[in-house]
Design a protein around this ligand. Structure first.
Ligand SMILES: *Cc1c(COP(=O)(O)O)cnc(C)c1O
Length: 369
């Protein structure tokens, strides 16, 4: 029986292994481990890839969110509008600053924030919107910008799953006040450890993030503010640079696989393929299906060697960590209903044609049980 995990970081590493081992060894021997040549080169290369003027690598996507929100001036008592259907880090970052996440339901056509419901959640305390480009699909950038400008709000994007995502043909990295990326090993661009970055076209935001990342320090031992230790090390920057060279081809392959899946599943009763709105491309960080009998399909796939997972089983309003917001079941009907049916299947670019065919066969069989 084949074994096809949901993600496979080992086959990805194999593609850069020779060069990575050589270069990492050089770093180890040269002794410049923090903020060296790989960091500088990665900043430039990443900025170009995501379409932003400035890039500041940090220790993780969570750190990127925290430091971008802080650079944008978010502080205790502020409200930040975001989605309940995301990884917890999105709303955690808001909490780290003593601000309050204010959730707005998602739309079924993209699983991203329902822009038409944002305005009714704006109060005098609202300072920013934090939309999430979920699974690799862009949010409606222009519609969100319009609301933000009308109400004098900043927009910080969570692009942790969306490196290479485009809105109306433009890469999203420079479209909002800032975007936050993650290089967690299983992300589309994953390091061999933790990593993240803030990207922006705003020189002031870039400067603030850069200072916050290193103890509020611009000149050695002169501290302008209380900052953090969030520098991304040279080994990670080196690995990420090598993978970045392959990312466009990997993304293309993900999109090809998604197309094959879409065609294979569209006629299956009780199964819904991932929606894509016409303003967005989709880079398929996850290929998500909705199944009426999700648990049975997942069980069948597991029994047949195909890895799956649920992103995400519980919207944030129903998490114990946010119990104090008092947002009981029923508060976000779309997010809650999607969370009950959604599951992800393997879509990593190294899947062979035979593996794709096998996944299709098993998903179709499982959905028809
Ligand atoms: C992965 C992820 C994060 C956090 O990134 P880390 O690098 O793991 O800290 C934040 N938001 C979303 C949507 C993510 O998928």
């Amino acid at each position: 029986m084949p074994n096809i995990p949901l993600v496979n970081v080992k086959v990805q590493f194999a593609q850069i292994q020779t060069e990575a081992e050589k270069q990492v060894l050089e770093i180890l021997r040269a002794g410049a481990y923090i903020l060296g040549q790989h960091n500088r080169a990665f900043e430039t290369e990443l900025a170009e890839y995501v379409g932003a003027k400035y890039t500041v690598p940090v220790k993780s996507g969570t750190d990127a969110l925290l430091v971008a929100l802080r650079a944008a001036g978010i502080q205790a008592g502020d409200e930040v509008i975001t989605t309940p259907f995301t990884f917890i880090a999105t709303a955690e970052a808001v909490r780290y600053l003593g601000a309050t996440p204010v959730f707005v339901d998602i739309e079924p056509e993209s699983y991203c924030i329902d822009v038409s419901q944002i305005e009714k959640k704006i109060t005098p305390k609202t300072k920013a919107i934090l939309p999430v480009h979920l699974f690799g699909h862009s949010v409606d950038v222009e519609a969100i910008e319009t609301i933000a400008q009308e109400h004098n709000l900043l927009v910080i994007g969570d692009a942790c799953q969306s490196i290479g995502t485009e809105y109306k043909g433009r890469p999203i990295g420079g479209l909002f006040t800032a975007e936050c990326y993650s290089f967690y090993p299983t992300k589309n661009l994953g390091g061999c450890g933790e990593g993240g970055a803030v990207t922006t076209n705003d020189p002031e935001i870039a400067d603030k993030v850069r200072i916050l990342r290193a103890h509020g320090m611009r000149e050695t031992y002169k501290h302008e503010t209380i900052g953090y230790n969030m520098r991304l090390d040279e080994i990670q920057c080196c690995i990420l640079r090598l993978k970045l060279q392959k990312l466009a081809a990997w993304t293309k392959r993900r999109q090809e696989i998604a197309k094959i899946y879409d065609a294979a599943f569209q006629d299956v009763a009780g199964l819904k393929t991932p929606p894509v709105k016409n303003y967005s491309n989709h880079i398929y960080h996850q290929y998500v299906l909705l199944a009426d009998k999700r648990e049975a399909v997942q069980k069948y796939l597991q029994a047949n060697g195909v890895g799956t997972a649920v992103h995400y089983p519980l919207p944030l309003n129903l998490q114990a960590a946010f119990a104090d917001l008092h947002l009981p079941a029923g508060s976000f009907p779309v997010a809650e209903s999607v969370a009950k049916k959604i599951f992800s299947i393997p879509v990593y670019p190294e899947l062979t044609d035979a593996e794709i065919a096998y996944v299709i066969e098993k998903v179709r069989e499982g959905a028809q049980l």
